[in-house]
Design a protein around this ligand. Structure first.
Ligand code: FES
Ligand SMILES: [Fe+2]
Length: 426
């Protein structure tokens, strides 16, 4: 890659072409439980290199406003959430959920001064246990998000998030690259309660040279990884990527399905959102406990969503486990196995120095699709794919197909989210 291409892909602050692209979607901003009730403490939100404060007011309305008070720049994180507004604790200026200043106690009300003060704000909506934000041009919001994990009944779904100390793109590329699973996650396939016991794991572990085929979809790509199965048939793991930053892991047996959003916090950090859901049944108590304990794609984090395994403690790498082959890298847990290596690339991977191989085709095509969409938005105002609910109602698939069957045709309807129909899985 050329340095300018890398720059185009990784910069998502205000005014950057990729930043403008991200601002055309509903992005996950908060877990609903972070704002559990009316007048609860406000929460900091950092997204796309902007710093904001979210709160739930006395009427239950959600607000996301500039973090800093218009008076003299105090962080409203320290504010008082009371009587339908957030009040700055320094001199008492108060803002409603739209960012409108509604009280400047030191000024006479008749002066109308506070009417002229308004903080930047963005609309939020709540769906599927997640609070979503739209940070683009006002009035041009896409329809509400329809990802299947967010539309199934609450008992069928579990979502967590963790900070990752690197740019979103190298994190997301891990979600597209399923060739690393046979190596990095090989230990976890047989032991993790949310992965083990699937026939597909054996195909995964016995054929470490998957052949990748990538096809375009309306919202992004389907990345098919083909491994040998019995009788000349092929085991296909099909990963959808939807613009700009959604990936889904192909399922294993009847385990819940899972996937991620990779949302930029700023250019050097991202939030890895991890969801698990089952399309047709409630999660079992054991599954939910495993998710809460940081198994599967989830990770144990502190109160600021920083993983307990992090770069300052070398992710608690266990060299004996690495040597014994208990874990391939010595790091415990699938999510931290990924994060540790992606953070080790530095905050922004220098893609001018990489050497790509055939298993990187999905990554190459996703980069091109993102760059093209960002340029077309910037030059022609063309709205990007992935905003349409039809692009979001998709599924990953794991399936054994006869040789010679193109995977997209072979999987067919299984690639669509269908209410009341279970996932297609091996
Ligand atoms: S800085 Fe917020 S009221 Fe003065
Ligand atoms: Fe991974």
């Amino acid at each position: 890659m050329k340095a300018e291409q890398n720059e185009l892909l990784v910069r998502t602050g205000p005014g950057a072409a990729m930043g403008e692209l991200f601002r055309r979607y509903w992005l996950p901003a908060l877990l609903s439980w972070e704002l559990p009730e009316r007048d609860c403490p406000p929460v900091r939100v950092a997204l796309l290199s902007e710093r904001m404060i979210a709160f739930r007011d006395t009427e239950g309305r959600l607000g996301l406003i500039d973090e800093f008070c218009a008076h003299r720049g105090v962080s409203l994180y320290f504010g008082r959430n009371e009587e339908c507004g957030l009040r700055c604790p320094y001199h008492g200026w108060k803002y409603d959920v739209s960012g409108q200043c509604v009280d400047v106690p030191s000024e006479p009300a008749e002066s109308g001064f506070c009417g002229k003060i308004k903080l930047k704000s963005y609309p939020l909506l709540e769906r599927g246990g997640v609070i979503w934000v739209y940070m683009g041009p006002s009035g041009e919001e896409p329809p509400p998000p329809e990802w299947e994990f967010a539309t199934v009944p609450a008992e069928q779904s579990y979502t967590s998030k963790r900070r990752q100390e690197c740019n979103f793109l190298q994190a997301m590329e891990g979600g597209i690259d399923s060739s690393h699973v046979s190596f990095l996650h090989s230990g976890a396939l047989n032991t993790d309660p949310l992965f083990k016991g699937s026939k597909g794991n054996q195909y995964n572990l016995s054929d470490k040279k998957p052949v990748f085929e990538v096809v375009e979809s309306d919202g992004g790509l389907y990345i098919g990884a083909r491994r040998n199965a019995e009788d000349g048939k092929y085991y296909w793991r099909i990963t959808p990527w939807v613009m700009p930053c959604f990936t889904m892991v192909p399922p294993r047996a009847d385990h819940p399905m899972h996937g991620h959003f990779w949302v930029p916090i700023d250019d050097d950090n991202c939030m890895a959102w991890s969801f698990d859901y089952h399309p047709v049944r409630a999660l079992s108590e054991l599954e939910r406990e495993a998710m809460e304990a940081g198994k599967g794609v989830h990770v144990r984090v502190d109160g600021n969503f920083r993983p307990l395994q992090h770069k300052d403690n070398d992710y608690l790498i266990d060299r004996a486990a690495q040597k014994a082959g208990k874990t391939f890298s010595g790091v415990e847990g699938i999510g931290m196995q990924d994060a540790s290596l992606q953070e080790s690339m530095g905050p922004i991977q220098d893609r001018t120095k990489e050497n790509l191989v055939s298993t990187d085709n999905g990554i190459i095509m996703a980069r091109h699709r993102l760059m093209k969409a960002a340029k077309e938005l910037a030059t022609k105002g063309a709205l990007p794919a992935g905003r349409d609910p039809a692009h979001q109602k998709i599924r990953s698939v794991a399936v054994v197909l006869p040789a010679g069957t193109p995977f997209k045709e072979g999987a067919g309807e299984a690639l669509r989210a269908r209410e009341g129909v279970a996932q297609t899985s091996v």
